[in-house]
Design a binder for this molecule. Structure first.
Ligand code: WTA
Length: 630
């Protein structure tokens, strides 16, 4: 059996089988891998608790399947190809042999520093190869990695370290990002000074080599810890359902939650989807521009591609440095075959003019992908015309941190594509649209709430340290279904288009944020009495952040700048409101709930019909807000 689909018939056949006999279907896929001990039961599940187990009783180590398994045939093939921020800087590459050795040395260094199976290790690093190596080193010894995007603030980092009770933080000294040299270690120092009692060691990689403040009680150098280590580290046997990693993501309420993925199912699903969605062939150069701080980087820079024995490229920099042609210059330079990026990047580059992609040879591209937010029609067509040159399939992939891998997508060359539609379910995925009341909508040409009614191998298992929150958020809205939080439409032929979130989560430049999280940050400003945050349509970012804020009147003229600074401090610059409107009140229902529906319309400048406002506690406030709207 080959797992890579090569025709529409095969897709249909695989899909049918995956629904009629999911256990047989996934067992066959899982048999590709090397298992230390075979599983006893392919699947047991109960969405009520939830309690979902794949390949129970099986023992494995995911790094054996990412690395060791490829050595006999692909030891000298390139596993990771790294392109630096500086276009004149030296590229780095690691063959599978070299990557295995590097991972083993770091794994041994982690052990030497007291890290054991089950311990949590937080990463706060830019896009350097050491990040991928470090993550795999954790998996090698069964330590749980939690990567925190290096744009988050010290406070946000401290919150994540503390929630996971991490024993170690791995960081870089600085981050080369465009024309900037951003301190990284200093943010870790600041986080620790806020208070992270569980951290015993900070392992720092010298990236730029610039000077940092050193605390010899807790800080150790990567080179000094790693270089002298043995070049082999035996893989820790892991149960299929042992935790592989935690990744924090925003929800509609409170603090970000730690999404938990486990070893066996995540391995099988990320590999299967990588192979099929990108139609990767031996010798291809695959490039995903995401950051490893997000799920896309976990599943489709590190794990999926390496499980498939691919060459995966990592890029340190940004799309617009030194100019807006950088992505396309890199595609030409490395003869990239599969390119995977986010709509926000496409829109930003589109705004810079067609001449940038047109200038480069992009003829090696076979598949181009999009992920993270809805792609609008204009951006889809531009991507198709100027990057795909009209003859490369676009895979608009829909999925979430919680799903671990891609659930809805065209399969290039096999199923059709339609602008703004992520189209069809992968084999094993049973999507449904439901009404608010939870009844399944059977007919096509309709909209509804997107749910999945059967487990797939990489579905979220729990939210770290708070299982009830996982149940509440995803499994309690509708009986026996995983609720995605997204609204979707289905066209006359059954293709699905994901419209966006139906909860209080906004998607700003592909970064997921809870409006409550941003409000909590704003409310830290001493002059702020109350605030309400909503998303509004933004040409480049997809959604912008609009904050309505009530102050105590004693605030300074600079209050807006101060509020932005507070948000940067509490969360990071990605959460800074684009617009802040100071108001004297917020529209509230008689029970005191903020009517966000009205605020969303005002923020979107879509005020022709605000709906019934007569039931508000304070209908007059709407007029005031409308007058002051930006
Ligand atoms: C949105 C990113 C439309 C969606 C992998 C989802 C998309 C959230 C698409 C998850 C797409 C992601 N079309 N919307 N192709 N891909 N989304 O957890 O709202 O960072 O719920 O995972 O992004 O964001 P997350």
């Amino acid at each position: 059996m080959t797992s890579q689909l090569s025709s529409l018939e095969e897709y249909r056949e695989a899909y049918k089988r995956s629904v009629q006999d999911p256990e047989g279907f996934w067992a066959e896929q899982a048999n590709t891998f090397s298992w230390i001990q075979p599983w006893e039961k392919v699947l047991s599940w109960d969405f009520k608790s939830p309690d979902i187990r794949w390949f129970e009783g099986g023992k494995l180590n995911i790094t054996v399947n990412c690395l060791d398994r490829h050595i006999p045939e692909k030891g000298d093939d390139t596993a990771i190809l790294w392109e630096p921020n500086d276009p004149l800087g030296s590229i780095k590459s690691y063959t599978y042999n070299e990557l295995l050795e590097s991972v083993c040395k770091v794994a041994n260094a982690l052990k030497a520093n007291g890290i054991e199976k089950g311990d949590r290790v937080v990463f706060y690093m830019p896009m350097v190869p050491e990040l991928a190596i470090g993550v795999l080193a954790c998996a090698r010894i069964g330590a749980i990695h939690s990567v925190v995007f290096a744009g988050f603030s010290a406070q946000a980092l401290a919150d994540r370290i503390n929630d996971a009770e991490a024993k170690m933080v791995i960081c870089s000294d600085f981050n080369n990002r465009g024309a900037k040299n951003i301190p990284v270690k200093q943010v870790v120092d600041n986080a620790l000074s806020i208070g992270c009692p569980s951290v015993r060691t900070v392992l720092m990689d010298r990236n730029t080599g610039d000077e940092v403040v050193w605390n010899s009680e807790i800080d150790v150098h990567w080179d000094e810890q790693v270089d002298h280590q043995e070049s082999y580290c035996p893989p820790e046997p892991m149960d299929s359902e042992d935790v592989l990693f935690i990744l924090y993501t925003s929800g509609s309420t409170g603090k970000p939650k730690g999404v938990v993925h486990t070893c066996g199912g995540y391995m099988v699903y990320t590999w299967y989807t990588f192979l099929n969605v990108f139609q990767y062939k031996p010798g291809d150069i695959y490039w995903c521009t995401a950051d490893i701080g997000w799920i896309t980087g976990h599943s489709y820079i590190v794990y999926g591609p390496l499980l498939a024995g691919a060459t995966t490229m990592m890029f340190e920099g940004v799309p617009t440095f030194p100019d807006a042609g950088r992505f396309w210059q890199i595609c030409e330079k490395h003869s990239v075959n599969q390119f995977y990026t986010a709509p926000t990047a496409i829109r930003a580059l589109m705004a810079q003019g067609d001449e940038w992609p047109d200038r480069y040879d992009l003829s090696n591209l076979k598949v181009i992908g999009s992920v993270g937010e809805p792609i609008n029609e204009e951006a889809w067509h531009w991507y198709d015309k100027h990057v795909g040159r009209g003859n490369v399939p676009i895979v608009d992939t829909w999925w979430q941190t919680e799903t671990g891998g891609i659930l809805l997508t065209p399969i290039p060359g096999i199923t059709d594509t339609k602008p703004t539609y992520c189209s069809y379910p992968m084999p094993g995925i049973q999507p449904v649209l439901v009404t608010q009341e939870g009844s399944i909508i059977e007919e096509n040409n309709t909209e509804g709430l997107l749910c999945i009614r059967f487990p797939w191998p990489s579905i979220i298992r729990t939210t770290y340290g708070d299982h009830e929150r996982c149940r509440q958020t995803y499994f309690s809205t509708f009986d026996n279904m995983y609720f995605t939080g997204d609204g979707a439409r289905r066209d006359e032929d059954g293709r699905i288009r994901v419209i966006g979130r139906v909860d209080d989560v906004i998607n700003v430049s592909g970064h997921r944020m809870g409006t409550a999280e941003v409000e909590n940050a704003i409310n830290e400003h001493p002059a702020v009495i109350e605030s309400a945050v909503v998303g509004y349509p933004h040409d480049i970012k997809g959604q912008g952040i609009y904050a309505f804020v009530i102050t105590d009147g004693k605030s300074s003229d600079n209050v807006q700048t101060e509020i932005r600074n507070v948000v940067t401090k509490e969360i990071g610059p990605i959460a800074k409101p684009d617009k802040i409107q100071i108001v004297s009140g917020l529209p509230k229902t008689r029970s005191g709930k903020i009517m966000r529906r009205i605020l969303r319309k005002i923020a979107a400048n879509d005020t022709s019909d605000l709906g019934d406002i007569s039931t508000l506690l304070n209908p007059d406030i709407v007029k005031e807000i409308l007058q002051g709207a930006q």
